[in-house]
Design a binder for this molecule. Structure first.
Ligand code: S3P
Length: 466
């Protein structure tokens, strides 16, 4: 295999101490128009690499997302002896698996740094717990504030020795070993925790059943099945029998529907817009955003492609079709829109009527507190949303003034703010924009290419160090 590609630990625009000095300048745009190739799906890229590491033989993943989060997953796998080649210029990685049945993962000589990535952190906890190795996982300041007890508890119940900081915080130290299957009811709807338990369960003795309070993205179930495992599924549960063998595969990752959501939201907001996004993932547990945009008044057309690989995908066109209308989002729909809520709330400020988002308390535990921090930064652009413990109330339509806002280190906040800044009266500056690299490399260039007339986005170094 070719030598491993070194991972750039500190991207340009970020100082060694983690301070993000990059700045996104946004000029208001008349409309957005054109073909937008959105980056590969983040959730599916992580799972492709992790499941490949558990499989016998070689896996080839095309269109792997080369974002900081997914590169962190590859780096952690390499630290445990998994040979990973790439991503090459075309976005292909090759992974040579180290299944438990063939000796499994090697003990890493140092802590695993998951960066900003909750998916890397939680899925790797599930992966390593079945191995007789000692692993310490940590991450950036945001990761070290996010709840990890939810993944510590099931792994302890399965027999792993797990320690963490007070309050269930990272770093988390795992002494893995022979696990036993469990029946585990998730305390919150979380695909990451469900996935961690299923990955551990696949390597445990006996059967593991995970019950979820609301349906969450099912990429892990699909990926495991694609690699040859039998995954039983019912209403609100998934189960695996331990000790199954996985075989290396070839697959292509579709475009990320959660990244496409930012482009579509801009198209829905700006009169005369029309954007075509080819090759986007259309997993039924992720596509509620299309329904909501249509309900808000955008024209949404979906052309499904022939299904190959573990995930459905297709081409989606979103066009402006009139003034936007308010929506009500709650219950199962909230869980399925969890990553799109920041941009939908931003968009709701432009819509006629009162938008209500309920049951979204999990937003407080994402890369930032996506309820309070989103509201504060929208206010910095002249937009007012009322926060609630579990969501938002938004009265519209409002016209964004534009101004100076910051991402709070959260990629989805940076991009949601950019969308409304495109609709603002005057130019805006979004500070701490480098975090966009965690999921959407090339975001500013893409928005710049789509925005017309005049407007657009440019990322530059922050000179005033706000
Ligand atoms: C993800 C699950 C969700 C989501 C995150 C990606 C995944 O997190 O917000 O961006 O890939 O499984 P939770 O599991 O914490 O809900």
């Amino acid at each position: 295999m070719a030598p491993v590609t070194p991972v750039q630990r500190v991207p340009p625009g970020v100082r060694e101490d983690g301070e993000d000095t990059s700045l996104l300048r946004v000029e208001p745009a008349g409309r957005v128009e054109g073909v937008a190739r959105v980056p590969p799906d983040k959730s599916i890229s992580h799972r492709a690499a992790i499941v490949a590491a558990m499989a016998r033989g070689e896996t080839v993943v095309e269109n792997f997302l080369p974002s900081l989060d997914c590169l962190a997953t590859l780096q952690c796998l390499r630290q445990m002896g998994v040979e990973v080649d790439g991503p090459d210029a075309a976005g292909t990685i090759r992974v040579r698996g180290r299944p438990l049945q063939e000796g499994g993962l090697a003990e890493p000589a140092d802590v695993l740094d998951t960066g900003n990535s909750g998916t890397t952190f939680r899925l790797l906890c599930g992966l390593v717990a079945a191995h007789p190795i000692f692993v310490v996982l940590t991450g950036d300041r945001s990761i070290r504030r996010r709840p990890m007890q939810r993944v510590v508890d099931p792994l302890r119940a399965m027999g792993a020795t797990v320690a963490c900081r007070k309050g269930g915080l990272a770093p988390v130290a795992i002494q893995g070993g022979q696990l036993r299957g469990v029946r585990w009811r998730l305390p919150v709807a979380s695909a990451q925790v469900k996935s961690a338990v299923l990955l551990a369960g696949l390597q445990a003795a006996g059967r593991t059943v995970v019950e979820e309070p609301l349906p969450t993205r099912d990429h892990t179930e699909r990926m495991l099945a694609y690699f040859g495992a039998t995954v039983e599924r019912g209403d609100g549960w998934a189960a695996v029998q331990g000790g199954q063998h996985l075989r290396g595969q070839r697959l292509r990752v579709p475009g990320d529907i959660s990244s496409a959501a930012f482009v579509w939201a801009a198209a829905a907001a700006l009169p005369g817009s029309r954007v075509l996004t080819p090759g986007v993932g259309l997993n039924p547990t992720r596509r509620a955003v299309l329904e909501v945009l249509a309900e808000m008044g955008a024209r949404v057309q979906v052309e499904p492609a022939r299904e190959e690989g573990p995930e459905p995908w297709g081409d989606v066109e979103v066009a402006w079709a009139g003034p936007l209308r308010a929506v009500h989002i709650r219950g199962a729909r909230t869980a399925q829109l969890i990553d799109e809520l920041p941009v939908l709330v931003a968009l709701a400020t432009l819509a006629h009527g009162t938008t209500v988002v309920e049951d979204a308390q999990e937003l407080r535990h994402k890369e930032s507190n996506r309820i309070e921090e989103l509201a504060a930064e929208l206010a910095a652009l002249g937009l007012h949303v009322q926060t609630r413990p579990d969501g938002f109330v938004v009265e519209g339509p409002q016209r964004p003034e534009g101004g100076e806002a910051r991402s709070r280190g959260d990629h989805r906040l940076a991009m949601a703010l950019t969308v409304v800044a495109l609709a603002a009266r005057r130019p805006s500056r979004i500070h701490e924009a480098r975090c966009i690299q965690t999921s959407f490399p090339g975001f500013a260039a893409l928005m710049h290419q789509l925005a017309r007339p005049g407007g657009g986005c440019v990322v530059e170094e922050d000179r005033d160090g706000r």
